[in-house]
Design a protein around this ligand. Structure first.
Ligand SMILES: C[S@@+](CC[C@H](N)C(=O)[O-])C[C@H]1O[C@@H](n2cnc3c(N)ncnc32)[C@H](O)[C@@H]1O
Length: 308
């Protein structure tokens, strides 16, 4: 038993990645990094994530020529006044999995339910500006899917203005999102006609790549926003907020705080869209279910039209 435990400790300490051996991330060091990551990002790493963190931070150690995780933490805490290395740490620890049309039912809902309601409302009040926030947008597939869906579902000539804010804490994925360039295999979930309408195909040195067309690209504004920090740069409330597959990385008190603030940023009658394994149950009031992990912000004033 003791032998097995010491063998597993040895295996743990000598993780080898393709570029070499990564030094040991001791349990106390792991706990210190966990606390730092929780405080700066809200991401609550489980106790079983030690090997994963060792590999992910190991790449930073090597890039900086540091011999131990203790040295790396010292650098982060004592020698990083501008927060540049902290940003790289954040880039290394966030999980950015995403894809075009991920959880496709949300886009079906947008096109088939939400847009017809918006058209009816516009016929009543003449309001043709739609504001959307994709919070935790990763490399842009989500906000661009929203843009394609709405651009195709709204009548072209009716003067609609679509404004999408897309934000993330990870600066590297934001640069990729801003460039709007994807590999051909990334856009396979997109129907061919939609692909032709909204993407340009790379040729020559760009073969195998596609690029979002400028007219779609300019509907989306990318910004770095840390959801657990105060002072989000939001001035006007949104009609729709997508915050999908982000809250799952936070602990419950953080989820609740972020949810409360997201709801404040929604117009009355606006919709909050979460990921398939997320929900608002017991954490915020003033929302009612409007579909699968879609929530409708109710009006404050009894008797108001529910969609206003
Ligand atoms: C798994 S991706 C989800 C992407 C997209 N919403 C989707 O569902 O396909 C989670 C994203 O949340 C971002 N994230 C994690 N913590 C964050 C925070 N505190 N503030 C803003 N974004 C955060 C990560 O960088 C990552 O890009």
């Amino acid at each position: 038993m003791a032998k097995a435990a010491s063998r597993s400790a040895l295996e743990h300490s000598r993780i080898v990645d393709p570029a070499g051996i990564i030094p040991d991330l001791s349990r106390p060091e792991f706990e210190a990094f966990r606390a730092l990551i929780l405080a700066r990002t809200g991401i609550a790493l489980g106790p079983h994530k030690r090997a994963l963190l060792q590999v992910r931070l190991g790449t930073r150690l090597r890039a900086l020529g540091l011999a131990s995780f203790g040295n790396y933490r010292h650098l982060l805490v004592e020698q990083d006044p501008e927060g540049d290395e902290l940003a790289r740490l954040v880039n290394a620890v966030t999980t950015n999995k995403t894809e075009f049309y991920r959880e496709a039912r949300h886009f079906t809902y947008l096109a088939q339910q939400w847009v017809p309601e918006a058209l009816e409302r516009a016929a009543r009040d003449g309001q043709r500006i739609i504001r959307i926030w994709s919070a935790g947008c990763s490399s842009g597939e989500e906000p661009y899917t929203i843009a394609m869906t709405l651009a195709d579902a709204l009548p072209q000539a009716a003067g609609w203005s679509l404004r999408i804010l897309a934000s993330d804490i990870n600066t590297e994925v934001l640069s990729r999102a801003t460039a709007g360039i994807y590999r051909f295999e990334d856009v396979r979930p997109i129907p061919r006609a939609v692909l032709r309408r909204h993407f340009l195909r790379g040729r020559g040195t760009q073969a195998g790549l596609v690029r979002i067309r400028p007219e779609l690209r300019q509907l989306v504004r990318f910004r770095s926003i840390n959801l657990i920090e105060d002072g989000w740069p939001i001035e006007t409330p949104f009609d729709l907020i997508f915050c999908r597959n982000v809250l799952i990385y936070f602990d419950r008190p953080t989820q609740q705080r972020v949810l409360e603030r997201l709801v404040e940023c929604l117009k009355e009658g606006g919709r909050l869209v979460l990921g398939h394994s997320e929900g608002v149950h017991g954490m915020v009031s003033g929302l009612r279910p409007a579909g699968s992990t879609i929530y409708h912000k109710e009006s404050h004033h009894a008797g108001d039209h529910p969609d206003r």
